[in-house]
Design a protein around this ligand. Structure first.
Ligand code: HEC
Length: 210
């Protein structure tokens, strides 16, 4: 169910309580995994600060749409941020995606060569990929900055990153059969997100193709 920012405050309080009941344990788990390198993402205040910083550099067209998102959507965006500790002040999402693809390929190489270290390290790097400058939203297209469209973002993210961490756990235990079984769910997460949020890559406007 979608909510606007103008919901009655009692209902808003209830929503916030419900959201924080799952967000707080999630932040706890995510930050305890990130260890000493964790940036400000180690608390609700830190996450809010990161998101405010991202919004501050958005042009008004995007900024207005982001500010009008519901509390639920903003919470789910912060829960995605909570799973990451590497924030870039210049990388674009395309650059991050190519790095993610390289990690994905290294992960497969690790599995195929029975190298638990190669598989586990690249899977963990993939799961904690860089967050591009301004966050994910500036790269998704203005038409996608709605509560409805963004509601699916978290599930794709969890599917990729949750399964990459599971793959790393299995690889660390030397169980390559189990590690390999997570490749499918990870790829499904990549492709699912592309279907919703990505246009066909690298298309030329100078061809008469449809
Ligand atoms: C949260 C959604 C999301 C997930 C999950 C995701 N991607 Fe992407 N990906 C995108 C978007 C959006 C773009 C287009 C970015 C742009 O053009 O600015 C993209 C673009 C790409 C590109 C093309 C880069 C280019 O130069 O145009 C590659 C390759 C890619 N992703 C690989 C992956 C792989 C591999 C995974 C999974 C391990 C993955 N992505 C998971 C959203 C996602």
């Amino acid at each position: 169910m979608l909510r606007s920012n103008t919901m009655p405050s009692k209902q808003a309080d209830k929503t916030r309580a419900r959201v924080s009941s799952y967000l707080i344990p999630l932040i706890f788990v995510a930050t305890s995994m990130m260890g000493a390198n964790a940036q400000a993402a180690d608390s609700m205040d830190g996450l809010k600060k990161i998101m405010k910083g991202q919004i501050a550099i958005m042009k008004p067209k995007l900024r207005n749409k982001v500010e009008n998102l519901s509390t639920d959507t903003k919470m789910s965006l912060m829960s995605i941020l909570a799973m990451h500790s590497r924030y870039s002040d210049k990388a674009t999402l395309r650059q991050v995606m190519l790095e993610v693809l390289a990690d994905y390929q290294t992960m497969v190489m690790g599995i195929m060569t029975d190298s638990s270290e190669m598989a586990a390290d690249s899977a963990r790097r993939l799961a904690n990929h860089r967050i591009p400058v301004g966050g994910l939203l500036p790269y998704l297209g203005l038409e996608n900055i709605t509560d409805e469209r963004l509601a699916v973002l978290d599930s794709f993210n969890t599917s990729v990153e949750g399964n990459a961490n599971k793959l790393a756990d299995a690889a660390e235990k030397g169980d390559m059969v189990k590690a390999a079984s997570f490749l499918g769910p990870i790829s499904t997460g990549c492709v699912g997100c592309h279907q919703v949020f990505r246009t066909y890559p690298g298309q030329s406007e100078f061809l008469k193709l449809k």
